[in-house]
Design a protein around this ligand. Structure first.
Ligand SMILES: *[C@@H]1O[C@H](CO)[C@@H](O)[C@H](O)[C@H]1NC(C)=O
Ligand SMILES: *[C@@H]1O[C@H](CO)[C@@H](O)[C@H](O)[C@H]1NC(C)=O
Ligand SMILES: *[C@@H]1O[C@H](CO)[C@@H](O)[C@H](O)[C@H]1NC(C)=O
Ligand SMILES: *[C@@H]1O[C@H](CO)[C@@H](O)[C@H](O)[C@H]1NC(C)=O
Ligand SMILES: *[C@@H]1O[C@H](CO)[C@@H](O)[C@H](O)[C@H]1NC(C)=O
Ligand SMILES: *[C@@H]1O[C@H](CO)[C@@H](O)[C@H](O)[C@H]1NC(C)=O
Ligand SMILES: *[C@@H]1O[C@H](CO)[C@@H](O)[C@H](O)[C@H]1NC(C)=O
Ligand SMILES: *[C@@H]1O[C@H](CO)[C@@H](O)[C@H](O)[C@H]1NC(C)=O
Ligand SMILES: *[C@@H]1O[C@H](CO)[C@@H](O)[C@H](O)[C@H]1NC(C)=O
Ligand SMILES: *[C@@H]1O[C@H](CO)[C@@H](O)[C@H](O)[C@H]1NC(C)=O
Length: 311
C-alpha cells in the first residue's frame, strides 16, 4: 500500500484491483482451512505448504511449526533443530522434504490449530517468507460403550417405578447424551459431565420412569460425529403374580405347610376312614358271618398303612 501513491492513477487502480484479487485468493485459502483428525494415541501428520525441491536441502530454509500462533512446537534453521517445545519432546519429527510435522502419540492437549511457516535463507540479509499455512488438528478419544443400570424403587400391579442411569467415560471432546424409550426421545432428569486431569470427559444421565409396559431404552453418547449407544429392555415387573420380598423363603414355607397338611390328612384318613366305612357297611348286612368277615379286613389295612408311609 505504501508504494501505491507513487504510481499514476490508472496503474494504481489496476494494482489496487490486483491486490484486492490477491486478498480474495488468500482469504479463500484461509477459509478453505486444512483439517486433520486424529484419535488419542495415534500418529498424525500435519501437512505444510511447501516442498523443498530435490536440488535443494533444508539447509537453505528456516521452518517454524507453531501452535495457535504463540508456541513454537518445532523449528529448524539451516538444517538444525533450533527449538522444540518440551510438551512435544520426543513426540514430533519433521519430514525434511515436504516438511510434514508428525506427532506420535497424539494427546488431547494437542487439539488446536497449527501454523507452518517456511522462510528462504539463500539471501541471509533478506530472508523472505515462502508460505504460511494453518492446519487444524481435531483430537478425539473414544467414549466407553454406555453402561445402563435400572433400579426399581417401587412396584404395583400396573407399573414399576425405576431410576435409570446411563454413563460413559474417558472420551473427548465434550459429549451430548441422549435417550429414547421405544424410539421416543426422553428428557433427562439430570445429566452430568465431568472432566479429568487428562482432559477426558465422563458423562452420566439420570431418569425417573414409571414403566407401565415393557419398554426398550436406548442411551447414546455423541462426540465429534461419533456415536456410542446401548439398549436395555426395561421390564414391568409382574408384581401381582409373584409375592414380594423374599419370594424363595415364602415359597419353601408355603409348600412345606401344604405337604405336611396333606400327609397329616392322609394319615388321619387312613386311620379313621376305614372304621367309618366299615361301621357303615357292616350295619346294612343281615348275615353276622359276612359282617364279621368284612369287619376283619380293616385291621389288616390299617396295619399296612404305616408300612407304606415308612417306605
Ligand atoms: C510427506 O512425505 C511423507 C513421507 O514421504 C508422506 O507420508 C506424506 O504424505 C507427505 N505429505 C505431503 C503433504 O505430501
Ligand atoms: C489461541 O490464541 C488465542 C489468541 O491468539 C486465544 O484467545 C486462545 O485462547 C488460544 N487457544 C488456546 C487453546 O490456547
Ligand atoms: C527424550 O528422549 C531422550 C533420549 O531418548 C531422553 O533422554 C529424554 O528423557 C526424552 N524426553 C522425554 C520428555 O521423554
Ligand atoms: C479443539 O480444537 C478445535 C480447533 O481449534 C476447537 O474448535 C475446539 O474447541 C477444541 N476443543 C476443545 C475442547 O478445546
Ligand atoms: C456398569 O454399572 C454397574 C453398576 O454400577 C457396574 O457393576 C459395572 O461394573 C459397570 N460396567 C462397566 C463396564 O463399567
Ligand atoms: C424404531 O426403532 C427400530 C429399530 O430399533 C427402527 O427399525 C424403527 O425405524 C424405529 N422407528 C422410528 C419411528 O424411529
Ligand atoms: C423427571 O422428569 C419427568 C419428565 O421430564 C418429570 O415428569 C418428573 O417429575 C421428573 N422427576 C423428578 C424426580 O424430577
Ligand atoms: C471417569 O470415569 C472413570 C471410570 O469410571 C473413573 O475412574 C474416573 O474417576 C472418572 N473421572 C471423573 C473426573 O469423574
Ligand atoms: C405410575 O403409573 C401408575 C399407573 O398409571 C399410577 O397408578 C402411579 O401413581 C404412577 N406412579 C407415579 C409415581 O407417577
Ligand atoms: C428384562 O428382561 C430381559 C429378558 O427378558 C433381560 O435381558 C433384561 O436384562 C431385563 N431388564 C431388566 C432391567 O431387568
Amino acid at each position: 500500500m505504501a508504494c501505491l501513491p507513487a504510481a499514476p492513477p490508472a496503474l494504481r487502480r489496476w494494482l489496487g484491483l490486483g491486490l484486492f484479487m490477491l486478498l480474495c485468493l488468500s482469504l479463500g485459502y484461509a477459509l478453505e482451512k486444512k483439517v486433520v483428525k486424529s484419535k488419542v494415541g495415534e500418529k498424525v501428520g500435519l501437512p505444510c505448504c511447501y516442498e523443498i525441491p530435490s536440488s535443494e536441502s533444508l539447509y537453505d530454509y528456516r521452518v517454524y511449526w507453531q501452535k495457535n500462533t504463540t508456541k513454537v512446537v518445532l523449528a529448524y534453521a539451516k538444517g538444525e533443530k533450533i527449538s522444540n517445545h518440551e510438551r512435544y519432546d520426543n513426540r514430533t519429527e519433521m519430514n525434511p522434504r515436504n516438511l510434514t510435522l508428525w506427532i506420535s502419540p497424539v494427546e488431547i492437549l494437542d487439539n488446536g490449530s497449527y501454523q507452518c511457516i517456511v522462510q528462504n535463507l539463500r539471501s541471509p540479509q533478506n530472508p523472505f517468507v515462502l508460505c504460511e499455512e494453518t492446519v487444524t488438528l481435531f483430537v478425539t478419544a473414544d467414549f466407553s460403550k454406555p453402561n445402563i443400570t435400572a433400579e426399581v424403587s417401587a412396584t404395583s400391579c400396573e407399573s414399576a417405578e425405576m431410576v435409570v442411569r446411563c454413563s460413559s467415560h474417558g472420551g473427548f471432546p465434550k459429549p451430548k447424551i441422549s435417550g429414547t424409550l421405544n424410539n421416543e426421545s426422553v428428557v433427562w432428569n439430570g445429566t452430568w459431565v465431568s472432566k479429568s486431569s487428562l482432559s477426558l470427559y465422563n458423562v452420566t444421565g439420570k431418569l425417573w420412569l414409571n414403566v407401565t409396559k415393557d419398554v426398550s431404552f436406548t442411551c447414546s453418547v455423541e462426540y465429534n460425529g461419533f456415536v456410542k449407544s446401548t439398549s436395555l429392555l426395561l421390564n414391568k415387573t409382574n408384581g401381582c403374580i409373584v409375592p414380594t420380598v423374599p419370594p424363595s423363603y415364602n415359597v419353601v414355607t408355603a409348600s412345606s405347610i401344604i405337604i405336611i397338611t396333606f400327609l397329616l390328612a392322609i394319615t388321619l384318613a387312613a386311620r379313621y376312614l376305614p372304621r367309618h366305612v366299615c361301621s357303615h357297611c357292616c350295619k346294612p348286612q343281615d348275615s353276622v358271618e359276612e359282617g364279621v368277615k368284612e369287619c376283619m379286613k380293616p385291621p389288616v389295612t390299617s396295619k399296612a398303612t404305616p408300612e407304606t408311609s415308612s417306605v
